[in-house]
Design a protein around this ligand. Structure first.
Ligand code: NAP
Length: 167
């Protein structure tokens, strides 16, 4: 099983503010959907709450919460990282994606195999959620896309990068 993190960061590694994304870039949303569809996605309860239409379709949604009573529409509730890693759907999958937010990325960062990063060419003021620093002693860049220019569907320029753990 390949454990992947997928994230969109700004130039200072910010990922969110007030439990919302910093921006919605159409090209990034499309890339996210293409990469994650058909694979289990793992997220924190706050990220689940922030999804505009609830659970993501055509993906097994797994939500981490410390509240043992909590149930979610169309999603599996887990109370620990171990519980997630022991789910049959995770053990038996070819690939799964950790989709945020800050707390959940931190928990999975040291055990992830890959990072699918969208780099937004902008610095957002007052962000309150961040992605861990990617240390090049531990990660190598596998691929980098060309930069996509801002347009009517994408407020800021951005590019994609894929990192692979080297140790
Ligand atoms: N840019 C991106 O790619 C991206 C992607 C996703 C999210 N985000 C942003 O990230 C921000 C949210 O991040 P966040 O850190 O505040 O929230 P989060 O990571 O989405 O969720 C945190 C919650 O997860 C649960 N949790 C955390 N650790 C746990 C553990 N070890 N065991 C069981 N449950 C655990 C807790 O839920 P309970 O409180 O229910 O116990 C905790 O409050 C938002 O701004 C969102 O828009 C950005």
């Amino acid at each position: 099983m390949e454990l992947c993190l997928i994230v969109a960061v700004d130039e200072k590694n910010a990922i969110g503010k007030d439990n919302r994304l910093l921006c919605r870039l159409s090209g990034d949303m499309k890339n996210f959907k293409e990469l994650t569809t058909g694979h289990p996605v793992i997220m924190g309860r706050k990220t689940f709450d922030s999804l505009p239409k609830g659970a993501l379709p055509n993906r097994v949604n797994i939500v981490l919460t410390r509240d043992e009573e909590k149930i979610f529409d169309n999603a599996i509730s887990c109370n620990s990282i171990d519980e997630v890693m022991n789910l049959r759907v995770i053990k038996n999958c070819e690939k799964c994606f950790v989709i945020g937010g800050q707390e959940i990325y931190k928990h999975f960062f040291d055990i992830a195999d890959k990072i699918y990063l969208t780099s937004i060419r902008h610095t957002f003021e007052d962000a309150d959620a961040f992605f861990p620093e990617i240390d090049i002693d531990y990660w190598r860049i596998n691929s980098v896309s060309d930069e996509f220019k801002a347009d009517e569907k994408n407020e800021y320029p951005y590019f994609f990068a894929v990192y692979e753990r080297i140790r």
